[in-house]
Design a protein around this ligand. Structure first.
Ligand code: ATR
Length: 274
């Protein structure tokens, strides 16, 4: 039996076990996927003892995505640039290989919800410079997006990202104006999430063809998406990013890229809303 786990702290909220166990069942695999809470100070020792105990793969979630890079024997190019690992595969020789699938999840979610969207049609404006932004940039660059603009309350975080990626920095106060040039507008902050302040952004200059994405998925229809839809813009909800980022993990461990059935998507939507 193949043993795999999502590791985090806390980890009980993670939807990954549900997603992967649904696929394990669908493909009738002899495997189990569980959630293991590891305190930061025990990260290295506990991963090594789990590997000794037969674990061959991990998903890595908050707060371990950066620290786990230290114990990886290899890290792929995207994960290096993003500066975080969310997928580990242990080779037959025992090598710990790190990857990041968040950029894939972001792009695949757009391609699924808006297949007609042309990534080469214009610039992206990303709001926020936290954990998700680097992965989104990495994914967009692989789609040959012509230009990326990033705005964030704390400017130094965008400046830091600009050391790795060729992006344009937009002052936080200028974000309402910058909307004008965007073919793709992305909220990559936690603003608009249940319990968080709203995202203040004026969409009146947004081009009628622009697509608006939110990585917030609780609520699924955020105020940003409601406002964009009300003025006729295309929208992409955030939960699909979570579902799609799981697919390359499953492929790495089991050799098959699973699909997201309507049933699975609806079940996850229900769980995420709880
Ligand atoms: P982290 O930055 O620790 O990785 P995150 O949850 O991935 O955390 O990112 C949070 C994002 O939401 C950041 O871009 C953050 O902006 P700052 O870098 O200025 O903190 C943004 N964010 C959260 N609350 C915000 C608020 N009240 N106003 C503006 N931006 C906010």
């Amino acid at each position: 039996m193949k043993k795999i786990a999502v590791i985090g702290h806390p980890v009980s909220h993670s939807l990954s076990p549900f997603i992967h166990n649904a696929w394990i069942e669908e493909y009738r695999l002899n495997a189990k996927y569980d959630a293991v809470d590891i305190a930061p100070e025990n990260l290295k020792t506990q991963i090594r003892s789990m590997i000794a105990d037969g674990y061959v793969g991990f998903n890595v979630t908050i707060p371990h995505k950066i620290a786990v890079m230290d114990i990886c024997d290899t890290i792929d190019e995207s994960a290096k640039n993003i500066g975080a690992v969310n997928l580990i595969a242990v080779s037959r020789q025992g090598k710990i290989q790190g990857f990041n699938t968040d950029g894939f999840g972001f792009i695949a979610n757009i391609k699924t919800q808006k297949p007609s969207f042309d990534f080469s049609s214009g610039a992206a404006l990303i709001i926020g410079a936290g954990g998700a932004t680097r992965a989104i940039i990495d994914g967009l660059m692989q789609q040959n997006i012509p230009e990326i603009y990033v705005t964030n309350r704390t400017r130094s975080k965008v400046a830091d990202i600009a050391k790795t990626y060729n992006i344009n920095i937009v002052d936080w106060e200028q974000r309402h104006r910058a909307v004008k040039n965007a073919a793709l507008l992305v909220n990559a902050t936690s603003l608009g999430m249940v319990g968080q302040p709203p995202l203040e952004i004026d969409l009146s200059r947004l081009s009628a063809n622009a697509l608006v994405c939110d990585i917030v998925y609780k609520p699924l229809m955020t105020d940003l998406l409601l406002a964009a839809a009300a003025q006729g813009n295309g929208i992409v909800t955030g939960l699909g990013m979570l579902l799609h980022q799981a697919r390359p993990s499953f492929k790495k461990w089991f050799g098959v890229l699973p699909d997201i059935s309507d049933k699975l998507r609806m079940e996850i939507e229900q769980k995420a809303a709880q």
